[in-house]
Design a protein. Structure first.
Length: 572
């Protein structure tokens, strides 16, 4: 049975989490996290690489020991060191990390300070008001933990979109091998490109359903067949993902696409429009009485309620029906609109590839420019550059630019916003940059007021250009820090600054709601990958997904501009 990159990465991440709870050497913890990131984002499976005889130590951040562990995982599905660490870790501590916002450091702090070992301990401490007394926690943290413990069902968090893709891709390839299948698609939140996915809803058109269901339930990744019928079956995969498969007739395919894509709120609103016209709309079609009058395509469903086709990413009942009725749906941005990438790292800080490798990879993607944004000096954990190192790095960029024909490397930095709102380099250094990408990396626990003021003070600096990953969140791992986003966006508009939509699949920060707010306030966005390797550059598509959910058009995004127009925005 194949072991997927996602599973290998998950095991390395879990090992890093448990080692961090044990207060293991931070460099050792970081090595496993870096390995997880490399494997998760690598375009080819580790199984295929080993089968082709490729030396895994050629991959970024994979040394001899990690290469052996990956080979063991591929061959056996096991990671013996993880099993050893799991044996000596109280099982309930691992359970605590399923609570959103409780990472290993916080779990360790709660264990050491309050002897919290179980969910019941956590609930009791939250209700008695003890958690906010622990360093790194406040009143709001305590309230959030209390809410999340109440809601917690014991299930793992929703699956990140990138992981859902890895689960879905081989399944779709497998299903398409079945005889008699005409169309196959995934609906639901996956099709709407939400940042996380609960389960997979797959639709198939075919004349015979029974044989397809046999084929589906025999998929090698199926752990449990929950139900099985001639036109619908449900399974649980080894990954924990639930998959619902439906075989629908061709005449109902569009209606089924619409119904199972959702969102529920969008569908209800569309059905209400249908009722006003005397129609009934469901997954089988649009009906006038007992007669089906539409449903073979999604467009036909929208036609019957007097609307143009609405892209799946917009279907959240956030004004898209009214915009469609008025002919004001946005012309959503596409991957092809992107002219360059404004946030990337190399080996000079915490990236995995050289300047030249990053430049060549970006050029292959058709980019006109790539900004190199190494970390600044205060972020020692990411090998941040001091003034001397940064200026020497710029000299390397200038030399390489003389050799490059198809792309221009821009001199930038991901500059830390310090606690007092000052930037991590003095102005005489900042003025040497083509532009700055500024970010909060520390002191996430400031109050909403102080965190907002910190960012606003940073924006007062004349060399401040782009606010990176504005909330600092990591999906399913770390809560956003508290800020007044509207006030920050208003300040960005006033001061001719820009805000990043970080396309890392575990960040996707801005949120889709944040993109909508920025667009309404007239703030332009940089969609950037924050790439730490050549393969990470391809994560731009996840940023595009989020941007489309946030109603963004090419005109709203600064890296849709050609280089000369882009540089004019920064007024250097």
């Amino acid at each position: 049975m194949a072991v997927h990159n996602r599973e290998i990465a998950d095991k390395f991440d879990r090992l890093a989490d448990l080692l961090e709870i044990e207060d293991a050497n931070p460099f050792r913890v970081r090595a496993y996290r870096n390995a997880a990131r490399t494997v998760r984002g690598y375009p080819r499976s580790m199984s295929d690489l080993l089968e082709d005889g490729i030396d895994l130590t050629e991959l970024p951040d994979i040394g001899d020991d990690l290469a052996k562990k990956i080979q063991t995982l591929v061959e056996t599905g096991r990671l013996p060191l993880l099993e050893e660490v799991e044996e000596r870790t109280p099982p309930a501590l691992s359970e605590l990390m399923k609570i959103e916002g409780l990472g290993p450091k916080r779990v360790r702090a709660l264990f050491l300070e309050l002897n919290i070992k179980t969910l019941d301990d956590l609930k009791e401490a939250a209700e008695s008001g003890k958690i906010h007394e622990v360093a790194g926690f406040g009143d709001k943290s305590e309230e959030k933990i209390k809410e999340r413990v109440e809601k917690f069902s014991g299930e793992a968090p929703r699956t990140m979109l990138i992981d859902a893709e890895e689960i879905a891709k081989p399944l779709l390839e497998y299903l398409q091998k079945a005889e008699g299948i005409k169309d196959v698609m995934i609906a639901g939140s996956y099709r709407r490109r939400k940042e996380t996915v609960g389960d997979l809803d797959i639709l198939i058109t075919a004349k015979q359903g029974a044989e397809i269901m046999d084929h589906f339930t025999n998929y090698e990744e199926v752990e449990e067949v929950v139900s099985k019928g001639k036109t619908r079956s449900t399974v649980h995969l080894r990954s924990g993902m639930q998959v619902d498969l439906r075989v629908v007739p061709q005449v109902s395919y569009g209606a089924a696409q619409h119904y199972f894509t959702g969102s529920k709120a969008h569908n209800i609103a569309v059905r209400k429009l249908g009722i006003k016209r005397g129609y009934k709309i469901n997954e089988y079609g649009v009906f006038e009485g007992d007669k089906r009058i539409a449903g073979e395509t999604e467009k036909s469903v929208y036609d019957k309620v007097g609307l143009p086709y609405i892209p799946p990413e917009l279907r959240e009942n956030r004004g898209e029906l009214e915009a469609a009725r008025k002919g004001k749906l946005p012309k959503l941005i596409t991957l092809e609109d992107i002219r360059g990438n404004l946030h990337a790292h190399t080996k000079a800080s915490d990236g995995h590839n050289t300047l030249k490798e990053m430049a060549e990879a970006a050029a292959k993607l058709g980019y006109e420019y790539l900004a190199i944004t190494e970390h600044s000096k205060s972020l020692a954990v990411a090998s941040g550059l001091d003034k001397k190192q940064l200026l020497a790095h710029f000299e390397q960029i200038e030399k390489l630019n003389e050799q490059l024909d198809d792309i221009v490397l821009l001199k930038s930095s991901e500059v830390d916003i310090l606690e007092d709102g000052s930037l991590d380099y003095p102005d005489d250094v900042l003025k040497e940059l083509d532009f700055t990408v500024c970010a909060v990396h520390q002191k996430f626990d400031l109050s909403r007021k102080k965190q907002t003021e910190r960012i606003l003070r940073a924006m007062d600096n004349p060399y401040f250009n782009i606010l990176a990953h504005p909330s600092g969140r990591l999906i399913n791992k770390r809560d956003p820090y508290e800020t007044d986003l509207e006030k920050i966006l208003e300040a960005a508009k006033e001061r001719d600054c820009f805000v990043e939509l970080n396309a890392q699949p575990q960040r996707l920060d801005l949120t889709d709601e944040g993109c909508i707010m920025a667009k309404e306030l007239g703030v332009k966005i940089s969609i950037a990958t924050d790439a730490h390797s050549t393969s990470n550059l391809e994560h731009m598509r996840f940023g595009i997904d989020q941007a489309r959910r946030g109603w963004l058009e090419a005109k709203d995004v600064i890296n849709c501009l050609p280089l000369k127009k882009l540089l004019k925005l920064f007024d250097r």
